[in-house]
Design a protein around this ligand. Structure first.
Ligand code: KG4
Ligand code: ZN
Length: 340
């Protein structure tokens, strides 16, 4: 293999997906994810089970990533892994695996912040998707986080707003639970929203100062609304499911867009990138597209495979740090509450 090529293995194990990817000079050669269906019947991620499943999945997932990339372990230039934030038991599996592999191969080990990775996923070499120009605003919307980040350079990021309680993905998932949908409910609410009337029911938006978010009140409002409707009509959910989903999604998107508008106003930056699982949502994608023509914003939406948790986003951060020779050493530890 040419010595000019840089091969990075990325490993992601922060929550319930075990993932490994190989990038060559920032291009994705393989991007493997093993989802853990075990959590579905519990309606949420069970940390103990997640950690055990990661232990079972990590070796086959990494093997598959190497094989699909058509390279061998000895071609790797570095191993990048998610240090945090995430579930401790889950992070430990990826962290110890990455440390041992880098040690065994005698190549650099690179620590990656999962939230930074959701943002830097936009720098994966990908035909048809443009890389954001600095400075830009990134809104990371996932099952664990909701943040607006000012990005001045790859590694110069400042959180300018975040949720004070639930993440936006939780708002989708918990609303879905109230409606009897499976876990995670985000994708199904999205699908049903396309068939329903977004103005059928009105939910009050939370009043939170500045650029911070709050979603726990919305969840309670939905719960009380459904309980009240069910008292009058036990078939309310079945008869109105698409309209309820569309109305919930509409409210959530309004909350996100209101804060983005304020962030653009306060910073004077109108380049907006989104990342994280909820950025797969068709409603937020459409709202951003509309903002381009309505307000003259430039928006960046990642390819679907790089929105939910994946290891290609970990590997791209690994590659960018590798170019700067920013390596970790063997004393590094998984950090559940790692800050941006
Ligand atoms: O980034 P991610 O895979 O994991 C975390 O780091 O949390 O995000 C998962 C979240 C879940 O809450 C899921 O319901 C939500 O992303 N999600 C969606 C959609 N696809 C995934 N929410 C709304 N619409 C979607 N299409
Ligand atoms: Zn994530």
């Amino acid at each position: 293999m040419s010595s000019k090529n840089t091969y990075i293995l990325g490993i992601e194990s922060s929550c319930d997906d075990t993932a490994a990817a190989i990038l060559c000079n920032g291009n994705v050669l393989s991007n493997v994810v093993a989802n853990q269906s075990i959590h579905e019947k519990y309606g949420g991620v069970v940390p103990e089970l997640a950690s055990r499943a990661h232990q079972q999945n990590i070796v086959p997932v990494v093997d598959q990533a190497i094989e699909q990339a058509g390279i061998s372990l000895s071609d790797l230039n570095a191993v990048a892994f998610t240090q945090g934030p995430g579930l401790m038991g889950s992070l430990l599996v990826g962290t110890s695996f990455a440390k041992s592999l880098a040690y065994g191969l005698n190549i650099p080990l690179i620590d990656v912040n999962h939230m930074q990775a959701h943002i830097l996923a936009h720098f994966i070499e990908n035909e048809g998707s443009e890389k954001p120009e600095f400075p830009f605003l990134a809104m990371t919307i996932s099952g664990g986080h909701t943040q607006i980040v000012r990005v001045d350079a790859h590694f110069k990021m400042t959180v300018i707003g975040e949720t004070i309680d639930d993440a936006v993905g939780e708002a989708f998932d918990k609303s879905g639970k109230i409606l009897g949908l499976g876990y995670p409910a985000g994708p199904e609410i999205d699908k049903r929203s396309k068939l329903g009337n977004p103005k059928a029911f009105k939910f009050t938006k939370p009043k939170v100062a500045g650029l911070n978010f709050s979603f726990s009140g919305l969840k309670t409002a939905i719960l009380y609304f459904i309980q009240k409707q069910l008292k009058e009509n036990p078939q309310f959910i079945e008869e109105n499911l698409d309209d309820v989903c569309a109305s919930i999604q509409y409210t959530i998107i309004e909350i996100l867009m209101d804060k983005l508008k304020l962030a653009v106003k306060e910073t004077g930056i109108n380049r907006i990138a989104i990342g994280g699982g909820v950025s797969a949502n068709s409603g937020i994608r459409a709202a951003l597209k509309q903002a381009e023509s309505q307000y003259g914003w430039k928006t960046y939406v990642p390819a679907f495979e790089f929105t939910t948790d994946n290891a290609a986003m970990i590997a791209i951060v690994g590659y960018l740090k590798y170019l700067e020779k920013e390596y970790a050493d063997q004393t590094i530890m998984a950090t559940a509450r790692l800050k941006l």
